[in-house]
Structure formats: C-alpha cells, structure tokens
Unconditional design. Structure first.
Length: 180
C-alpha cells in the first residue's frame, strides 16, 4: 500500500524557521492597531508553533487557503508580508482583440434591429450582448467593458438621444405646419 496524501487533501504547510528579529516584529504585530498586521502576525506565529493551516483558519475565522497564502508569502518575503499591497490586478486582459474591435465598430454602425432586437438605439449593455451573441468575445462582458474597449481604441461613447418620429408618411409636413 502506498503512503502519502490522497483525495485532494493538501499536505500541511508551515513557516520556515524564524529569526529573532522576525519573532520580535511578529510579536509586536499582534499588538498592532492595524487588523491586517494582527491577523498576519497571528497566522505566522501559530504556524511556527506547529499548528496546521486549517486549525489556524478555524481559530481566526478565515479560510484555510488564506492561511496557506500568508505562510507561503512569509516563506518567500519574510516580514514584508505584514505590509498590505494593492488589491488591483497586476495585469488586465483585454476582452476584445483589435480584430474583434473592428467587427464591433461595424456592428455599432448598424441598427440593433438588424440583430433581432426590438430597439433602434444602442446601449452599452446591448452592444455587450450582441458582441457575445456574434462570438466577438468568448464570455459575456459588461457595458463598462464595451465603453473601456472603445476608449482604448480612441472612440468615445455617447448616449443615444431619443427623437420623436412617426410612421405617418405626412409626419414631416404636419410637424412643420404645427411649428409655423
């Protein structure tokens, strides 16, 4: 019979051996006013005592994967893990390729009715919907993504204005007679 971890369980992870200076900083971190520093200090010190990530997570009321991330981060960066970084993604991936943006432009120069929609006015959400339906993009995006994409390619989105029109063939004549 083979020994080892089976069935998707993760092997225990612990912090590396702490230096005296790191222990002092972490002990001070537990008394910090910043909850971020307190939590991370608690995780590292508990791991150093030999506690498993899942047990630390239960005591601190967080996810065990969060604990593992802190431990991995400490093992790589040391006490720098106590400084909160930006939560912004490091990179963004464009939803539209330059080729699909050209196709989007062509679509936006047509009426939404050509695509089976009940309106003749484009909205960002409608452009997102039709872009997905016509397979310009792999997954559904928001109207804000459409706006940002157009901006990235030097175009500006302006909201459509509603004009009063009528199917009456004499509409123009009647309208002009009424304003005279």
């Amino acid at each position: 019979m083979k020994s080892g971890i089976t069935g998707g369980m993760k092997p225990p992870i612990y912090v590396r051996k702490l230096t005296k200076k790191e222990k002092l900083v972490l002990r001070a971190g537990v008394r910090s006013k910043d909850p971020f520093v307190i939590r991370r200090s608690q995780v590292v010190l508990a791991s150093e005592r030999g506690e498993k990530a899942i047990d630390i997570a239960k005591v601190l009321g967080c996810d065990d994967e969060t604990v593992r991330n802190v431990i991995k981060g400490f093992n790589q960066s040391g006490i720098a893990i106590l400084k909160e970084g930006s939560r912004r993604p490091h990179t963004t991936q464009a939803a539209f390729s330059s080729e699909s943006v050209e196709q989007l432009k062509e679509i936006l120069h047509q009426s939404p009715r050509n695509f089976g929609k009940a309106t003749s006015l484009w909205t960002l959400e409608l452009a997102a919907e039709i872009s997905y339906e016509n397979e310009l993009i792999q997954e559904r995006v928001s109207g804000e993504t459409i706006r940002a994409t157009l901006k990235r390619f030097g175009m500006k989105w302006t909201r459509a204005k509603h004009w009063i029109t009528s199917p009456d063939p004499d509409y123009e004549r009647k309208k002009n007679d009424a304003t005279v």
